[in-house]
Design a protein around this ligand. Structure first.
Ligand code: C2E
Ligand code: MG
Ligand code: MG
Length: 674
């Protein structure tokens, strides 16, 4: 049932009930007063009756009594009248059933002079009035009902009028519930409900604004989401690219673009694994450039980088698609040859690669030849683990380099030597301090006179267990560990002592001492040389200094300063191993050197390579044009000595004349060759 219906029915019911109650109660009052009046009349009628009947009773005149009774009974409303004598005998009566409902009786004693002569009674009938009352009651009910209907109708219209705002609000809330905002309900009047509608309208406007705001925010969030998704997508893409790049970088050498050690290890592992399923031997080569450091030192890092890139290009050019060339680091490369199974095949490939690498490279307008050394290890004969194969191929390479034979296949004894190298490093410090270093001397001959013009001091390490070690075994180690300072000083002291001894014997002979680039870098070095000379009292022209060309080129300015300072002390300075360091004419001219020593590789190959004899000739001419003396090193044959002499070279040094000798043997040699 709707609120309106409830209200209407409620109001009508209450109204009707009230009206009904009022009417009924007034009816009751009316009925009561009517009854009272009736009683009064009955009492009056009875009194009149008694008065009228008194004589008839006293006289016992029945006829009169009868007439009086009939007369009384004829009165309006009287339906019964009776008279009794003093004994209670009814003497006359009109009408019956005095006790009928709705009747009202009134009885009066008939007394005369205080004596009772009988009783009279009248019965009055309320009948007519009761009917009227009943009719009134029915009318009242009808009126109440009509009133109820009327009130109902009036309430319906009035309620309709009153709750029109509420209904509007109800409809409005339904629209809001359906998500419709911003509409305005018509405002009618100025009462509270009208104000409620105004409030509702304001709320609707507010809701619309909020909805618009929410929609805007939602759209914003959506677009943000979209952008976010885009960004996430972009970032993911970028990350994937970066990851791929990182992965590439992690696996490749940025300079040459070749795979790196990590990738090689992976490939090796794969090769080993697949080989263990079906026997598939393969070869691993390790290649190291000879003299890369020299290129770097003398032509600069850019040239060094170009050389490495060129090396990579050449390796790739010579190799098959299935082979893997990698840069292990520095100037060290490795090649995995998955289809090469024999040592002969490995050597063939290695030699082919070495030939390709030995071709001249144009670096900074200088044509440079850089040879390389290659070691090989075969799977599974030389190892069936990645680490073993790599280490053994490296040992073999080291051996090839040491023996200057280009290529070398791994052999078990090499590993022992490799281990020795590590041990040596640890022993070297002790060796420098504990007089384990000895000097051998190699004579130098004046090619004009054929007489000894000096000796070169070449250091040896008299190792307690390994025996006499050549400088190549420990000088590079000393250079790497900074032990070169004390080592050179030790050599210098020994050489100075020897020079002093020969001078004391009346046979002064200049001794050349080799110094490293690290010595020239050391600011205290020149002072130490001077101090050593001063201490011994040996004349400074009896000690010569040899610096290799590559050492000079590493830091020409500093080398120049050191050379000047040494010459200033009165010592001759020679450029050793000349021809390997790519120094320029202009630079040579500025240096305070007295002598150049042609690298033995040119002298030794003079007889074989026309190129080399051209180089030797030009070095000699160049030296002379700069006013320098020229020494030919590595003179192993009489022919090369004659050739040098014919080219005008000043001095010769080499096995053909004498190997480096210990002081005693050197003395003997001197005596034999005065
Ligand atoms: P270097 O100064 O050029 O010395 C000449 C090297 O050539 C010596 O090797 C010598 O034994 C070798 N030799 C001489 N004649 C011939 C020959 O006819 N044919 C061949 N194939 N070789 C010949 P060694 O004694 O093994 O010294 C190698 C290098 O070690 C030296 O080359 C020098 O650079 C370095 N060295 C030697 N002693 C010292 C030293 O006390 N201090 C420093 N820093 N380096 C040293
Ligand atoms: Mg030398
Ligand atoms: Mg030399």
């Amino acid at each position: 049932m709707s609120f309106r219906t409830k209200m209407i029915v409620g109001i009508a019911l209450i109204e009707a009930l009230f009206l009904f109650a009022i009417l009924m109660s007034s009816l009751e009052v009316l009925s009561q007063s009517r009854a009272q009046a009736l009683r009064v009349r009955a009492a009056g009628d009875a009194q009149l009756f008694a008065t009228a009947a008194a004589n008839a009773l006293v006289s016992e005149d029945m006829g009169a009594l009868q007439r009086i009774v009939r007369a009384v009974a004829r009165n309006r409303g009287v339906f019964y009248a009776a008279a009794w004598d003093g004994n209670g005998r009814r003497l006359a009566h009109v009408g019956h059933d005095p006790a009928r409902p709705g009747a009202l009786q009134s009885r009066v004693d008939v007394k005369v002079g205080g004596v009772s002569y009988g009783t009279v009674e009248v019965g009055l009938m309320q009948g007519e009035f009761g009917r009227v009352l009943a009719q009134a009651r029915q009318r009242i009910i009808a009126i109440a009902l009509a009133e109820m209907i009327l009130v109902g109708l009036a309430s319906w219209f009035f309620g309709r009028y009153l709750i029109r705002h509420i209904a509007a609000v109800e409809a409005g809330t339904a629209r809001i519930a359906q998500g419709e905002f911003g509409f305005h309900l018509p405002v009618d009047g100025h009462d509270e409900l009208a104000r409620m509608i105004e409030g509702f309208n304001a709320m609707s406007t507010q809701l619309e604004a909020l909805q618009a705001e929410a929609a805007r925010r939602h759209a914003e969030v959506l677009s943000l989401n979209e952008r976010l998704e885009e960004r996430v997508h972009e970032r993911t893409e970028a990350l994937a690219v970066a990851n791929r790049e990182l992965e590439y970088l992690a696996m490749h050498d940025p300079l040459t673009g070749l795979p790196n050690r990590i990738l090689l290890q992976d490939r090796l592992l794969q090769a080993i694994r697949s080989a263990s399923r079906e026997p598939a031997p393969f070869a691993l080569l390790v290649i190291d450039l000879d003299g890369f450091k020299d290129v770097n030192d003398s032509l600069g890092h850019q040239a060094g980088d170009s050389l490495l890139q060129e090396t990579a290009t050449r390796l790739l050019r010579e190799l098959r698609q299935s082979d893997t060339a990698v840069r292990l680091g520095g100037d060290e490369f490795a090649v995995l040859l998955p289809t090469v199974a024999t040592k002969e095949a490995a050597e063939t490939v290695a030699r082919k690669l070495l030939r390709a690498l030995a071709e001249p490279v144009l670096l900074k307008d200088t044509s440079v030849r850089v040879a390389a050394s290659c070691g090989a290890a075969l799977f599974p004969v030389h190892g069936d683990e990645v680490g073993d194969l790599l280490r053994r191929a490296d040992r073999a390479m080291y051996e090839a380099k040491r023996a200057r034979q280009g290529f070398s296949l791994f052999a078990p004894h090499m590993e022992e030597e490799g281990d020795d190298r590590l041990r040596l490093q640890a022993d070297l410090e002790r060796a420098v301090q504990h007089e384990e270093l000895v000097l051998y001397y190699q004579p130098k001959i004046d090619l004009l006179t054929g007489k000894v013009s000096g000796a070169e001091a070449l250091v040896r390490w008299n190792h307690p267990t390994l025996g006499l070690l050549a400088p190549v075994r420990f000088v590079p180690l000393a250079e790497r560990t900074r032990l070169i300072g004390p080592l050179t000083l030790r050599v210098l002291r020994l050489a100075v002592a020897q020079a002093r001894a020969w001078a004391d014997q009346g046979r002064p002979l200049p001794i050349a001492v080799n110094v490293s680039v690290a010595n020239l870098d050391d600011e205290e070095f020149v002072g130490q040389v001077k101090h050593t000379l001063d201490e011994s009292g040996v004349s400074s022209d009896l000690i010569e200094i040899e610096v290799t060309e590559t050492a000079l080129m590493r830091d020409p300015k500093r080398a120049d300063a050191a050379i000047r300072a040494l010459s200033h002390l009165g010592m001759r300075v020679s450029i050793d191993d000349f021809g390997t360091g790519y120094s320029s004419m202009t630079y040579l001219r500025k240096l305070a050197v007295a002598q150049i020593k042609i690298d033995k590789s040119f002298v030794m190959d003079m007889g074989i390579s026309r190129n080399d004899s051209v180089i030797v000739r030009s070095i000699i001419d160049l030296g002379h044009s700069l006013g320098l003396k020229v020494v030919g090193e590595g003179v192993e044959t009489a022919e090369s000595m004659a050739a040098l002499a014919s080219l005008g070279c000043d001095y010769a040094q080499g096995y053909h004349l004498s190997h480096p000798l210990d002081p005693e043997a050197f003395d003997a040699w001197l005596r034999a060759n005065p």
